[in-house]
Every structure is written in structure tokens, then in C-alpha cells.
Write a protein that binds this ligand. Sequence first.
Ligand SMILES: Cc1ncc(COP(=O)(O)O)c(C=O)c1O
Length: 452
Amino acid sequence: MESRSAALERAHEHAVTWLDSLDERPVPPAVDADEMVRRLGDLPDGPTPAAEVVDLLAEACEPGLVAIPSGRFFGMVIGGSLPAALGADWLTSAWDQNVGLRSLTPAGAAVEEVAGRWLLDLFGLPSGSAVGFVTGATMANFTCLAAARDTALRRAGYDVRAGLRGGPGVRVLVGPERHPSVDLPLRFLGLGDPIAVPADAAGRIRPEALAESLADVGGPAIVVLQAGNIHSGDFDPFADCVALAHERGAWVHVDGAFGLWAAVSPRWRERVRGLADADSWATDAHKTLNVPYDAGLAIVRDADALASSMAMHGDYLIQASGDPQERTPELSRRGRGFATWAALRSLGRSGVADLVERLASHARTLADGAREIPGCEVHNDVVFTQVCLSFGDDDRTRSVGEALLADGVTWMSGSRWHDRAIVRISVSNWSTTDDDVRRSLEALHRAAEAAG
Ligand SMILES: Cc1ncc(COP(=O)(O)O)c(C=O)c1O
């Protein structure tokens, strides 16, 4: 077992060296993925000692790592890792629990039940809802929408087990700016392309347009709303939309990958009004809560509906009602709840709200600072953690984005929103400090100057 201890000690040392480097190292990688493939080499003929393999891996990967956990990474929507969550994640690998069955892994099952309860309480969602620990928000959308589809069919007198052919078509209504991770699960589920309902300038569905679309669609329907638009950061008008959808008998699902966390603070009370009346909610702990990856959360009000869509049965399985596998699309999987439990336990109720409020406050400071750069325009009302900037025409905006990446102090990603190029800022990392914000704004100034 000496080799195991040696491997873990080497991993600990490399991890600490990496985390200590984040404050000063450039955020972008030094080499691209093709170079990394070359560096990782060929399969050797014989074995290599474990500690040496850990060293080899750490040394080979170092130049291809992006400082995503640094406080100056504002790309996509990617959080870092809270120390307690990271420690718990290491233990999760060491414990190697297969969390599908309550009897097989009591600790893994219980931690998910407890963290699930805490999450429902924090979000203000119905206390009897089922919480499935899935890989990410895409699979959370899939899991919730599977329950939505099967319930919609059941209400129409049809069982999905008979196959979709011959059944009533289920139509799905979405906003035009929903995340693509809504469309993909709809394809997995055989539901096809959704119907886009017109929205306002912040990407929020217009309730009167939803009422018209619902009237046009016959048969079973699902309405997908959004908490946290990836460009504006804004929220669909839940109270009005949920009421309209429910009047029509439609299931309401909310994609709240990063934005559901607004519900933990009174600051967004008005924006999330009506959110808790939906039927299912997708989110994750790896973005806003800053848990390491593989921390999606599928929440469904009707626990039996979720179990009916997800539960597997096998004679060799020691099954019990309430097994974790009844809430996720997988049977075998890692103990995803440990790290989420640890993050929540370390922050406590007030700490979770402080974290989310701090992210949003950094976003506002970044927007205010960016406005002072000649030629820079902020395109959204910064209501949450997202900021969209342009610097004149599309070519110049793109040049600023490229100059920023070349500068290396911060990472903001390019996108297109409302038919124009933009530089997107997403504040998602617990470790971002006022100093990170100041350094990032200085880098943005330098990039704007370099772009001419
Ligand atoms: C609004 C929204 N929904 C869904 C997703 C997909 O999340 P994941 O990458 O965890 O699957 C994202 C990712 O950024 C998102 O922003």
C-alpha cells in the first residue's frame, strides 16, 4: 500500500502547487490540445510505479491547463471549487462509493438526501420534491424533461413504454434564448425541435406571446422557462408564465443552471416570484455554488413521476424505495452528493447568499468599470452575474477579445447576442476578489488600446 500513499502524496503536492500558481499564472493555456496529445505519449509496454505516473501526468498536463479556478476567469459559466468541496471531492474518489442503492452505500445515499433537503429549503422549492444528483445541467434538463414528457403522455392516456410512435405528440414551448442544453435533451427524448415563443430585449418570454402559443398548440405541452439567461443574466416572468401554462394543463420546467441560485437571496425575490410553482427545475452545484465538476441537480416536484421515468429494476439489485437510482438516468455513478453537502455545510445559509450576492456585485463593478473604457458599451441591464460588452463594430469587439486573451491576465469569452459580436463576462468564481476585478479591468483597458 506504499505505492498508494506515495501516489496520493504526489497528487496532493501537485494540486497545491497548481492552486498556488493561480494568482500569478496567465489564465489561458501555454499550449493547445494537439500539442498536449503529442506530450501525453504512447502506451508503454510495461507498468510504471503509481507515484511516477502521477508526476508524469502533472508535468505533461501543466502547460495545457487553463486557470479556470482563478478569480480572473470569466468565460462561459464556470465556477471554481470551494476548499471544503474540493476536499470532499478527493474523499469521494478515495471512498469510491457506487451511489445507486440505499442499502449498498448508506453514506452516499444519505448525504444526497440531506443535501437535497437543504437545497430545496435554500431555493424555497416544495419540500417533497425529488432531487437527483446528475452530471450537469444538461443532464438535469434531460432528467426533468423525461419526467415531464412521460407525465404529459400519461395524462393523455398514453404510456411511453409503448414507444412514441402512435402517441399524442408532446409540444415543447421555449424562449428564443434558451440554452442549447434544452434542445439536445429534447432530441434525446424524441420530442424534436421546440417552438420558440417571442421574448423581450433581455431574452425574457413575453407572457402574452406564451398565451398565444399555448392556444395554438393542441395536445400535451411542456413549457421551458429560464432562470439566468447566459447573456443578460435575466429571468423569465415566472408567475405569469407558470399560471398560463398550468391553466392549459402544461408541465413547467425551469432551466436554472446558474440562475436558480438567485432564489437563495432576498435581493432577487421579485425576479424569481412564481419560480417555486413550476413542476421541475434543473440546476447544478458546479457553477454558482463552486463545487468541482459532475454536480448537476434535477429537481422534480412529483417524486413519483421522476421515479416512474428513471427507476430500473434488476433481480440482483438490493432495491428499496427512495434509492438514488430512481432519481437519475444512471445506475452506477460516483458519490456526487459528498462535495455538494460539504460546500453547503461550509457556507451555511448566510454564506450561500453572500456568495451569490458577491458574484453579482463583482459583475456590476466590472460593468461600471468597462463603461469607462472609450468606445465600450454594456448591452445588458446587469441584474445578476452576466455582462455583455461591445467595443464599436463587430471587428473591433472581436479584436479586443483576442487582445484580452493574448494579454493573459483574465479570460472573458466572445459570443454573439442580438446579432452583434460581444465580449461576455460571467462572474461565477467564489475566489474572485476586488483586486482580481481591478486587474481584469486594467487588462480590458489594455486590450481596448491594443485593438486600436
Ligand atoms: C442556462 C444554462 N443551462 C444549461 C447549461 C448546461 O450546463 P452543463 O454544462 O452543466 O451541462 C448551461 C451551461 O452554461 C447554462 O448556462
